[in-house]
Structure formats: structure tokens, C-alpha cells
Design a protein around this ligand. Structure first.
Ligand SMILES: Cc1ncc(COP(=O)(O)O)c(C=O)c1O
Length: 464
């Protein structure tokens, strides 16, 4: 329901950047100033540096996730926003032991700079992690990065010239969109359904660009337990996507943070395992070990790795020698497979609770995906509901979600939202959906009184 616009994105304002640009910062106008430690910028800012910024800053998106995390730091709010792994499941005693060992073994090296491409013993552990998903790889095919996010950033840096064409899914991971957009490409957002990217639509895009002499640099996909949609690309689509990539000679960027977090069903082959000459693979330890260690990696053909290495060198010289060593000990000494198994149990239960609560409270009003793994559910509401506008009411009702709009490069997702089930305890997942349903039902009742009917548009891959 288009209620008075109380929560709005900051940096999509065309006035930014520019001399004396005024921008409106999201949630304070809705009385959402957080208490406690969270700090938010003032509502209206006259930016005296507006004429100094590079043009690329005009296409940078503010991360709704980041804004939200600031607001939802309030203890009284049940946050179904964010994408936090449940790090409470990790035994601090285990980590403490590893840290001590790292320092005892060679404290000087652990506290020193390290090679830009990463700590060699850890690369061998990462190869093992990939093997767990049936992806053959050699340590020399990898560079270690500060999370997969840095991988996305340096891929953007080495491939995207302003105006270049790239393809993403719609919706897509907001952190990837942010990295891509700051290099000013034209993003072609291809819709997805319950089996991933719609290949007809992808082909149409590639064909029409090719007819105009334009070539897509790369196709970006999160094939397993998609962020934000929760869906998994079917095996058939994986082959089809690679076929199209070959026909139109584009690279594929496969971002796979969630592949090992499967609750049910059979794994599909990784794109990289089907075509290692065309696929740039991104992995991360964030969802299976620790997001705080900031360790990810890129596996790619060697000429691409060379360029990525240069880009990484100028970004940060190297990934932390210290955390790489801790991670290496963890993966070489600890039962990491067992730990992932525990996480899977925890997340499966929370997903089930969320699905049951959705059924109980929102059946017939909303549609949603049924993820076979990962952290997220994608919810589609009746078309007249604007989830960005509704967020203020949700926060009032002490529940938070991520509005769908931020997961689209230009437009879309206005009546959708992403819900996270990995972080809140099961009782809070249930209570969160209950609160959210009241907010949604209020919007629907208001719409009904205005003569609009509740109708959910079930895309992508949703069930009602
Ligand atoms: C699809 C996807 N790619 C990349 C990342 C970034 O991961 P990292 O913590 O390794 O930087 C995330 C984090 O949520 C993600 O969901």
C-alpha cells in the first residue's frame, strides 16, 4: 500500500553527487533513530564535497542491509533482515586453542604481511572444501581474498569499463550489485524462477546485444540457495547457461557461499566443475566457519588470476596472515564437516519453523520460496504493497526484513522482501512472522477498504 513515504533509499537520489547535493537518509524520518550504540547520520545532509566525488559514486547504491542492521541492532526488534550466520554455534574454546597454536608456532609470521595470493597451506584446505562439493581444483588455481566480497570487487575492477554490458539475476545479491555498479556497467537483470535464471530471457538478452555488436563481459549467478531468493539453479539450467555463455563467448561468475548448507535434495554440479575455462568461481568461509575472519577465494583461469592479483595488491596487499593461519588449522585439524552438519541441522529447523509460520499466518496473502538450503526466504506480497514503505510500520511492530527493491539494479522487487532464518532462535522466527503478518494484514485491509484486492504475484519460484 503506498502509504506516505517514510523510509527511502539515500543514494539513488539523482542529486548525488553534485554541488550542494541534498540527500535524504533512510529511517530517521520514521522515528527510527536507534538507541544504544548504533549511530545514524542526520536526516538531511548538505554535502559540501558534492562536486569533488568521482562520477562512479553516483551509481553506488546504499546497502539497505547495512542501513537495516544499524536499526535492527535494537534488542526489542526481531530481525529477519541481515544475512548473519549463527556464529554462536561455534565453540570459542576451539578457536582459542587454534589462535594460541598459531602464535606459538610462528608468531612473527602470523603478525607479518603475507603473499598477495594467500597462505599456501590454507589454499590446500580450500581445495578440500571445494572437493566436498565435487569441484576439482588445484591450490595454484586459487587466490585468497578478504571474503568473497573482495573477489566481486576485484572482478569488477578488472573487467568492467563504464558502459560495458553484464548480466545478473533479478533479484541478485546486493553486495555484488554494489561492486558492479560502482564501475558503471549496463546491467541486464534476467528474471529467475524456482529453477534459477530463465534461459529464454537470458538468450534473448544475449542475442539482442550481439545483434547490436555488443558482448556481455560476464554473467553473474548465485546458483545454490540464492541470496536473496533462496532458490537453486537446476542441473539442466546449469548446462543451458554454460551453453549460452559459450555461444555468446561470455565469462560466468559463479558465487557459491551456501553450497554446503543443504538441508534436503541432491546437490547439482557446480558450474566450475562443468567448465573451468569459462567460470570464475567465488568461495567463502563466511557461512561455514567465520564471517569475521574475512576469508574468501577466487578460482579462475590463470591469466585472469594474474590480473586479479594485481587488483588485489593495490587494494590491500594481502589478506590477514593471522586469520588465514587460524583458518588453516581449523580446516586441517578440526571436524569442520561435523560443524557444517550442526549448522545444517540448526538452519533446517529454523527454515521449517519459518515455513510453518508463513503457512499459519500468511497463507493466501503472500507467496514464498521453499529453500533447500542456505539462509533466506523470498516473499512476494500483493502488488499494491510497497515493502520499502511498509518497513517503518514493521519496525514499529518490532520486526525487520529487507525490502526487495535493493536486490534489483534499477527497478523491481517493490512488493517483495527477503527474510533470514539462520540467525534468530526458532521461537523468534515464529514470533517475527506473526508480527510481520499483522503488519501485512493491516496493509491488505487498508487496500481492501480502498477497493484493491489481495493478489500475490508468485515470482520467483514461490509457493502460496
Ligand atoms: C551471494 C553472496 N556473495 C558474497 C557474499 C560475501 O561474502 P563474504 O563474507 O565472503 O565477503 C555474500 C554474503 O552474504 C553473499 O550472500
Amino acid at each position: 500500500m503506498a502509504l506516505p513515504c517514510r523510509a527511502r533509499r539515500a543514494t539513488r537520489n539523482p542529486l548525488v553527487p553534485g554541488k550542494g547535493a541534498v540527500y535524504y537518509n533512510s529511517y530517521e524520518g520514521a522515528g527510527l533513530r536507534p538507541r544504544g550504540d548504533a549511530v545514524m547520520s542526520r536526516r538531511f545532509v548538505l554535502d559540501p564535497f558534492g562536486d569533488k566525488y568521482a562520477h562512479r559514486t553516483s551509481s553506488m547504491l546504499s546497502s539497505e542491509i547495512r542501513d537495516l542492521l544499524a536499526v535492527t541492532a535494537r534488542r526489542d526488534i526481531i530481525s529477519l533482515a541481515g544475512g548473519l550466520p549463527y556464529t554462536q554455534a561455534m565453540d570459542p574454546g576451539v578457536i582459542l586453542g587454534l589462535v594460541e597454536e598459531v602464535l606459538r608456532e610462528d608468531h612473527a609470521a602470523a603478525l607479518q604481511y603475507g603473499p598477495t595470493d594467500g597462505y599456501a597451506p590454507l589454499k590446500r584446505s580450500l581445495v578440500e572444501v571445494m572437493r566436498e562439493e565435487g569441484i576439482p581444483c588445484l591450490p595454484e588455481d586459487i587466490i585468497i581474498t578478504n571474503g568473497a566480497q573482495q573477489g566481486l570487487e576485484i572482478i569488477s575492477k578488472i573487467f568492467i569499463n563504464p558502459g560495458d554490458d553484464i548480466v545478473t539475476e533479478a533479484p541478485s545479491y546486493v553486495g555484488a550489485l554494489n561492486s558492479f555498479l560502482s564501475y558503471q556497467p549496463r546491467i541486464h537483470a534476467v528474471p529467475i524462477d524456482g529453477e534459477g535464471m530463465l534461459l529464454d530471457s537470458l538468450e534473448k538478452t544475449l542475442r539482442s546485444l550481439s545483434a547490436r555488436g555488443q558482448q556481455v563481459k560476464f554473467i553473474y549467478t548465485v546458483p545454490n540457495f540464492h541470496n536473496p531468493a533462496g532458490v537453486t539453479m537446476s542441473t539442466e539450467r546449469r548446462y543451458g547457461l554454460l551453453q549460452l555463455a559459450e555461444t555468446y563467448d561470455c565469462l560466468v561468475v559463479e558465487d557459491n557461499p551456501y553450497g554446503l548448507l543443504r538441508f534436503e535434495g541432491e546437490p547439482c554440479p557446480a558450474l566450475r566443475s562443468l567448465d573451468e575455462n569459462r567460470v570464475i568461481y567465488l568461495g567463502t568461509l563466511s557461512k561455514i566457519f567465520s564471517a569475521g575472519m574475512r576469508i574468501g577465494w577466487v578460482a579462475a583461469p590463470h591469466p585472469i588470476l594474474e590480473k586479479l592479483l594485481l587488483a588485489k595488491q593495490s587494494a590491500d596487499l594481502c589478506t590477514s596472515s593471522f586469520t588465514q593461519r587460524v583458518a588453516h588449522l581449523y580446516f586441517s585439524r578440526h571436524d569442520w564437516r561435523g560443524q557444517i552438519g550442526q549448522l545444517v541441522e540448526i538452519y533446517r529447523e529454523r527454515r521449517n519453523v519459518m515455513l510453518e509460520a508463513m503457512e499459519e499466518y500468511l497463507s493466501g496473502i503472500a507467496s514464498w520460496t521453499r529453500p533447500q538450503g542456505g539462509l533466506f526466504l523470498w516473499v512476494t506480497l500483493p502488488e499494491f504493497i510497497r515493502t520499502s514503505d511498509m518497513l517503518a510500520s514493521a519496525i514499529d511492530a518490532k520486526v525487520a526484513y529487507v525490502p526487495g527493491r535493493g536486490f534489483f539494479p534499477y527497478e523491481g522487487g517493490e512488493n517483495s522482501m527477503r527474510l533470514n532464518f539462520s540467525y534468530p532462535e526458532p521461537e523468534l522466527v515464529w514470533e517475527g512472522i506473526k508480527r510481520l503478518s499483522k503488519v501485512i494484514k493491516r496493509e491488505v485491509a487498508l487496500a481492501k477498504s480502498l477497493g484493491l484486492g489481495p493478489r500475490a504475484n508468485g515470482h520467483p519460484g514461490t509457493e502460496e
